[in-house]
Ligand binder design. Structure first.
Ligand SMILES: [Fe+2]
Length: 393
C-alpha cells in the first residue's frame, strides 16, 4: 500500500505567473505576500493585487529562517488577518509562507507544531490557502508538506510537517529562474539532484516516486551544466521540472543521510542548504554502497546501479560510476567545499549525533551508525582538502 500527495493544482510553463494572476481572486480579498529581500520578480504580482483591490502585506525573508523570525512574522500575520498567503521566492521563502499559512489560523507558538525540537502537535485549524511560486529550481517546496526552519537554541534544523501544509496552488514559471547566478543555480540544482537521488534509493520508495525520480534524474543530468553556465531556457525548464519532481519524491518517499547530516550542519555552518547537500551527496552514496555490499543488499546495489545508468547514460554503468558523475559535476560547478564553508574535525561528533536525531536520516536505505556518519564527514574534508591543494596556482 502507498499514498501520494501533492499540490492540488500545478501550473507549469514559461509565462505561467503572468498568465495565472486571476487565480488569486479565487482566494479572497487580502493576501500576505512572502518574498525574498528586494525581489523584483514579485513586482508584477503586487501590481495585480493593487489593481484588483486585494489588500496585501509584504514580508521579506532574508536568510534561512529562524524559528524566532517565523514567530514574529506569524504575530504580524495574525494582526493582518489575510485570506491567503502567497509565497514567491526560493525554498526558504516558500517554507516560511507555508508555515505562516498554518500558524496564523492556529493557536500557540511555532514550538507547538515543529518536530524534533518542539511538540509536533497536529494542526487543529486548516491552514490558509497558500500559493507557492518558486524563483529557484532546487527545493521543490512548492509541492511538499514540510516547512523547514532553524532552531538557534538547539542548533538544529527542524520542520513543521503536515499534509495540510502542501500549497493549494504551485505556479512554476521557469522564466523566474532566468539570470540567476551560477553558484546559486548550481547549489539549488544539486539540492534537487539530492532529493531525487535520496528518494530513489531510500528505505520507503513507492512505484510513483520511483517513476518520478527516474524522470527527474533523466531531465536533470544533461541540463544542470547548461542551466547554470549558459542560462539556457530549455535547460532552465528541465531544472524547474526536475526540482518539482524532487519535491514530489521527497514528500511521498523519504530522504536519507545527506539530508540528515545537512540538517545538523545547516544549524552550525553559515551556509546555504543546497551547498551542503551537494557536497555530502557523493560521500553518502559511497558510504551507503559500502554498507550495502557489507550487508549483501543486492537490491539496493541494483538501485545504485540504475541510478548510475541514468546519470551517465550508459547501460553498463556500475554503482560507483554514479559517484564519479556527481564528483565531476561538482568540480565543474565549482561550488564551495564544506571545509571552505567552515566544517572542521572538531565538529564531527556533535554533527553526527545531531544528524541521528533528524527525521531525514530515518529514510536512509540502511541504518548508518555514528561512526559511519563521522567517516562520511572525514571523507568529505579529506578529499576537499586534497582537491584544493592540487589546484594549479
Ligand atoms: Fe534539500
Amino acid at each position: 500500500m502507498f499514498q501520494f500527495m501533492t499540490a492540488t493544482r500545478i501550473i507549469f510553463g514559461e509565462g505561467a505567473l503572468n498568465n495565472s494572476f486571476s487565480i488569486f481572486n479565487n482566494y479572497g480579498y487580502s493576501a500576505l505576500v512572502v518574498t525574498g529581500r528586494d525581489d523584483q520578480r514579485a513586482d508584477s504580482l503586487l501590481a495585480y493585487l493593487s489593481q484588483q483591490n486585494i489588500r496585501y502585506q509584504r514580508l521579506a525573508v532574508h536568510d534561512e529562517p529562524l524559528i524566532a523570525m517565523v514567530e514574529e512574522m506569524a504575530a504580524a500575520g495574525r494582526l493582518f488577518k489575510p485570506d491567503m498567503v502567497i509565497a514567491i521566492g526560493g525554498g526558504s521563502v516558500m517554507d516560511v509562507g507555508k508555515a505562516l499559512s498554518a500558524l496564523i489560523p492556529n493557536q500557540g507558538s511555532v514550538y507547538d507544531y515543529v518536530e524534533v525540537v518542539g511538540r509536533a502537535l497536529p494542526l487543529t485549524a486548516k491552514p490558509l490557502p497558500c500559493i507557492a511560486i518558486p524563483t529557484t529550481a532546487g527545493t521543490g517546496s512548492e509541492v511538499t508538506r514540510n516547512a523547514v526552519m532553524i532552531s538557534a537554541q538547539e542548533n538544529v534544523k527542524a520542520a513543521i510537517r503536515s499534509p495540510d501544509l502542501i500549497p493549494d496552488v504551485a505556479i512554476i514559471d521557469p522564466t523566474l529562474t532566468y539570470g540567476a547566478d551560477k553558484s546559486l543555480s548550481a547549489r539549488c540544482g544539486m539540492d534537487a539532484f539530492t532529493h531525487l537521488m535520496e528518494a530513489y534509493v531510500c528505505g520507503e520508495p513507492n512505484p510513483l516516486t520511483d517513476m518520478i525520480c527516474e524522470e527527474g534524474l533523466r531531465r536533470l543530468a544533461p541540463a544542470i551544466i547548461h542551466a547554470c553556465e549558459d542560462d539556457d531556457p530549455k535547460a532552465r525548464a528541465d531544472m524547474a521540472f526536475a526540482s518539482m519532481l524532487g519535491g514530489m519524491a521527497q514528500s511521498n518517499a523519504k530522504l536519507g543521510a545527506a539530508h540528515g547530516l545537512a540538517a545538523a550542519l545547516g544549524a552550525v555552518l553559515d551556509a546555504p542548504h543546497g551547498a551542503i547537500t551537494a557536497q555530502l551527496a557523493p560521500y553518502v552514496m559511497a558510504e551507503n554502497i559500502l554498507a550495502a555490499r557489507e550487508a549483501g543488499r543486492i537490491s539496493l546495489l541494483n538501485r545504485y546501479r540504475q541510478l548510475a545508468c541514468i546519470l551517465t547514460g550508459r547501460m553498463n554503468a556500475e554503482p560507483s560510476d554514479g559517484i564519479v558523475w556527481v564528483q565531476r559535476i561538482l568540480r565543474r560547478l565549482d561550488l564551495e567545499t564544506l571545509p571552505q564553508l567552515g566544517l572542521c574535525d572538531t565538529m564531527f561528533e556533535e554533527v553526527a549525533v545531531s544528524a541521528l536525531r533528524s527525521s531525514s536520516i530515518k529514510g536512509n536505505p540502511l541504518p548508518l551508525s555514528e561512526s559511519r556518519l563521522i567517516h562520511i564527514l572525514q571523507q568529505v574534508c579529506q578529499f576537499s582538502n586534497l582537491e584544493e591543494s592540487s589546484d594549479p596556482v
